[in-house]
Design a protein around this ligand. Sequence first.
Ligand code: F6R
Length: 368
Amino acid sequence: EKGGYEWFMLKEIAEQPRAVADTLLGRHSIDGHLQLDEMRLSDDELRDVDKVIIVAAGTSYYAGMTAKYAIEHWTRIHCEVELASEFRYRDPILDRSTLVVTISQSGETMDTLMAIRYARQQRARVLSICNTNGSTIPRESDAVIYTHAGPEVAVASTKGFLAQVVACYLLALYMAQVKGVKYGDEIASLIAELEKTPAGIQRMLDEGDQVRKLAAQLAGSRSILFLGRHVGYPVALEGALKLKELAYIHAEGFAAGELKHGPIALIEEGVPVFIVVPPKARDQLQEKIVSNIQEIRARGARTIVLAEDGDMDVVPFADHLIRLPKVPTLLQPLVATVPLQIFACELASQLGHDVDQPRNLAKSVTVE
Ligand code: F6R
């Protein structure tokens, strides 16, 4: 049951520290050696992999976009991400050394399942990241890593998403370990950073009131935009998707660097824009996005800035400032997504919509 929450979605948002911790649990030893028991692909098979193609739909696709940054950075293996519904229609180049990674909360998404069948026909190996034990997608895959988010009831995915990002990162680190490009101490320190994120997520939950107030102020908006760079880009896309599906408000996410190539024309007086600012440690990225914020604010946008503690550069340009805990860049989506989920849920609720069962949507999309 809903455990005292108004919506399953709120309950599932609140369960995210646990979902992340449980997905990390028992998968490594103190010296940083990763063990993924359900892996079912031998180390030799993994060492042969020269290309990873991530295939997924919707929110799971955004988890895949996030994972691409980590996989390429940590393993130095080429990685592509593709929508499941597009994948098999473009004649993709696959062979025995291609690892197709599918991501699915339900394990029943037909687009993703058809992509798996296609990839295996082409002799690629398929590893699935899935939240549902015994569902069709893991059964039809060569290997599986389960996310341990627990059952997700609300149609909009929340804890499933964070757990997917974590599972993808575990896979990336595991491949780096097998390939010998990362060693125990490095892996151990990255795992230690991952293990700190549940506390950071909890803090975002505890500070949810500011977001709820913001939702009340912005409930009359016709359109809301989201900007991000690097792993903040999929976070922006996810923030926009949540708002579309729950609040039925027009919302779009953009890569901030693309603004001047078109979307900046959408900026007009009063349009709310969420901006996910990369950590200060990524000074070039951070500086660029600060100038983006300046640009859109000068054109009348109402800026809602998500930036880490201590980033003072953004302060003069933020109409609303949402503080994030300091985390390594690749882990920022795990904390930055949370206020966007709360925002969409709250805004939809204020508009009187059924948050758990949005119109026209189903939890498992079992048709193509
Ligand atoms: C968004 C949402 C959908 C799913 C998508 C894939 O909140 O829930 O976009 O993420 O339909 O579903 P799975 O992960 O079950 O394959």
